[in-house]
Design a protein around this ligand. Sequence first.
Ligand SMILES: [Zn+2]
Ligand SMILES: [Zn+2]
Ligand SMILES: [Zn+2]
Length: 469
Amino acid sequence: MSLRRAERPISAFPPHVVEQIVTRAARPDFDRWVDQVTRCGHCAHPVRLRGRVEHRIATGAQMTYSTDGEPDRVLLIRCGNRRAAVCPSCSYEYAGDMWQLLYAGAAGGRKGVPESIRSHPLVFATLTAPGFGPVHTTRADRSGPARCRPTQGKPKLCPHGRPTWCTAIHAEDDRRLGQPLCPNCYDYCGHVAFNWHAPELWRRFTITLRRTLARTAELSAAELARRCRLSFVKVAEFQRRGVVHFHALIRLDGPGDDYQPPQISIDATALTDAIRHAAAQVRLTIAMPDGPDLVLRFGAQLDTQTVNGGPARELTPEHAARYIAKYATKSAEDFGLGPRRITPEVLPLLNVPDHVDRLIRTAWELGVHPAYEGLRRWVHMLGFRGHFASKSRRFSTTLGTIRGERRTYRQRQAAEHARELLADEQDTTLVVARWEFAGVGYLTSGDAALALSAAARAREQRQAARDAA
Ligand SMILES: [Zn+2]
Ligand SMILES: [Zn+2]
Ligand SMILES: [Zn+2]
């Protein structure tokens, strides 16, 4: 890595950062430092480890690797953050882990899930939120991209004198997308209430789905539970308008923990019907501070596709897994909000769109009411307090297991890496490693700037290689 190749001119950095970059580059161990940054995948906030590895070889001699010989006397290890906005390279790895988990649950034959899982009914479903008022959107019809909201009949203004139509064909990066045609007509309270209660609405959906399945199989709820278990994994995704919807893989298993087939005759098509029925039926009545109760439900737009053997239009386990893993690295950062709590006072500094500004102010105001206690801590998530990715207990292996495997692998890698640095790498019989935590992140802003530009370059190279292929 050379400074000349950093995509940002060095003069663009503040003087003290330039000073730090130059100091780093001038050190005799600079190449070794670059090597470490590359090895930890250009992580944005690497963990710094200090330690030593001892090799006792057959002859009785002892070789030792120690981080004392490394730049800053540390070894850099990935931070492992899921959010793309916090650490692009680790979120990439997180998505990979999620994919492993999902793929194991969909296709089986790995990570302790038997291949026979492929015969279980499995459906990929997207449950959306209802409308809270018309927003600018992208649409397509048979001839290609279509107008946002064409007039139906005589053009009509809303009570606030704004058009209720939009004839634009919005580009994908149009700032208006997801923004209401009239903010005064838009139901901000209903929108925030939906995000806040979405986890409970999902829970009710799973209960309703079990009841529906019992009715389909003509069994009592208790008997269904004895013969069949509902397993699922779901991710929450923010739509452009700032409301969450859920993508889920829903599977039927037998009782017990060993992935046996369900003991009822419900196939993937019948499971799809039950999901559609339950999603349309489920309701959650909630008290609103000023005014009548609000009845929450999922939107009429509901996508379902069966996975595994069946009609040609269905998803493969690979595609289903990739689709869900992709969403697991996203969060509310697309709206210009960070991962931390905020208050309305800081809003003007964040330069968020008007729509997001109104959502946050609405959430803040709702938060004073006892029924919405705690909401103020979640305004940076537009009121959504659930987990971005969650699964039922036996859908598949766990992220923890996958990470554990990788950690073992990394420790072995670190030990191997240490051995590479030792002169004699033969006849190693015993490795004793001892690591301790030295801190998180790069030591200076200059180091971070160097690592980030190297990461950007690595991504470009990957992309160029993909384009060439
Ligand atoms: Zn990282
Ligand atoms: Zn529009
Ligand atoms: Zn209006």
